[in-house]
Design a protein around this ligand. Structure first.
Ligand SMILES: Cc1ncc(COP(=O)(O)O)c(C=O)c1O
Length: 392
């Protein structure tokens, strides 16, 4: 697969490219979009072929039982072959993306006013969805040690006030790219037991893990947590098909599953035939071979970006073990976030995500998406180095 050839995304209703000007005042003509978490890389041929086949047929009616069975089998195949995790096909629900999956889980398992524990800084929509649902965000700050995040369970006990019903855990972590160890995941389960919390493990980034790191699905890391566990997975980040808004809520426990099912029926949630076809095509040997080419490509981007930014005095990227999102601390520059923003947007014309939107601890950080052509990463590094050249 050739990932180096740029594909024009401007003018295609791309959130990442076409919303740069209205939201950040940076023209897409000469700006670089490094914010929204999709990539500028094409999806594998097996997915494109599946869409073409559907498209060419010209009739887009309801999908049948066989399509649903193939889809579930493909999900089970992927989890077994890529993650060593045997999934019961009956445990799988389809959400309209994992943002919707989070919303559904809150709806099914919590009430307005209940507390929801987030380990911050974390993917910004967790807090947005939780607040919009009338639930209370309880921020448990992560600590940073040797370039990776850590949970500080001793410190968290005094933050909780007993109103909490559920934890949303991001594994691997966005932002920061921390791949959690089995021990850390088991400690989290112990924390959930102690405070009587359900555990939602959002593993959307689980396929994009760099050499030397090993992601272990929560279902396997803590096999005894099945009665409190809700797993979230999706092909959207892995295969760059976020526009399909198709993700999975996987619930091993039958009692929890029945509760979720009841809400799902009440809201008449059903699936989109294109999302089903693309997921089925993605979770295949062809899809797996493509991911095996993608990860080294992203890893090279990661290394170029981390080395380039780390060469600027006061700028410190975290060690990104997974995801295509680099979490970079600018606090050592001594500048205010307004000034950093002005240099990145105004001078470099590079648009990252602003760290403060990820919750407590993100104030001096920026998140850079390196899921793009390598030449663009080199360009971004040069621009950012130039914008901070007075620090050299
Ligand atoms: C951890 C995490 N969960 C969920 C999502 C959103 O997923 P979707 O686009 O399927 O709603 C993202 C997107 O960046 C994410 O990083």
């Amino acid at each position: 697969m050739n990932f180096d050839t740029p594909i024009e995304r401007r003018g295609t209703n791309s959130n990442k490219w076409d919303d740069m000007t209205p939201l950040y005042g940076v023209s897409a003509d000469d700006g670089l979009a490094m914010w929204v978490a999709d990539t500028d890389l094409p999806s594998p041929e097996c997915i494109q072929d599946a869409v073409r086949k559907m498209l060419d047929h010209g009739v887009y009616g309801y999908t049948d039982i066989k399509a649903d069975r193939d889809y579930r089998d493909a999900i089970c195949w992927w989890m077994e072959n890529r993650h060593g995790w045997s999934v019961d096909p009956n445990a799988i629900f389809t959400a309209t993306g994992l943002g919707n999956g989070v919303g559904m889980v809150l709806d099914a398992f919590t009430k307005p006013g209940d507390g929801v524990v987030l380990f911050t800084p974390v993917y910004h929509s967790f807090a947005r969805i939780t607040k919009a649902a009338g639930r209370k965000v309880v921020e448990c700050p992560l600590v940073t040690e040797n370039g990776r995040h850590k949970m500080d369970f001793d410190g968290y006990d005094s933050i909780l006030d007993g109103s909490e019903k559920l934890v949303i855990f991001c594994s691997p972590h966005n932002p920061g790219g921390t791949v959690w160890s089995i021990e850390e995941q088991q400690q989290l389960v112990a924390f959930c037991r102690k405070h009587d919390l359900l555990l939602v493990s959002d593993e959307i980034h689980h396929d994009l893990v760099y050499p030397g790191q090993k992601h272990v699905a929560m279902r396997l890391a803590a096999p005894d947590c099945q009665d409190i566990l809700i797993m979230l997975t999706a092909p959207s980040k892995t295969f760059n098909i976020a526009g399909t808004h198709t993700g999975n809520v996987i619930i091993p426990d039958k009692t929890l599953r029945a509760k979720y099912q009841a809400r799902s029926v009440a809201l008449n949630l059903s699936t989109n035939s294109f999302g089903i076809a693309m997921t089925t095509a993605a979770y295949s040997p062809e899809g797996a071979a493509w991911v095996d080419e993608l990860v080294p490509y992203l890893d090279r981007n990661r290394q170029t970006l981390e080395a380039g930014l780390a060469s600027i005095p006061g700028v410190a990227p975290m060690t990104c073990g997974a995801t295509y999102l680099s979490w970079v601390d600018f606090s050592g520059t001594g500048m205010t976030s307004k000034e950093i923003r002005e240099r990145l947007l105004g001078q470099a014309k590079v648009v990252p995500n602003m760290g403060e939107s990820f919750g407590a601890g993100g104030e001096t950080f920026m998140r850079f998406n390196f899921g793009t052509q390598h030449a663009r990463i080199e360009d971004a590094v040069q621009r950012i180095q130039a914008a901070f050249s007075d620090l050299q």
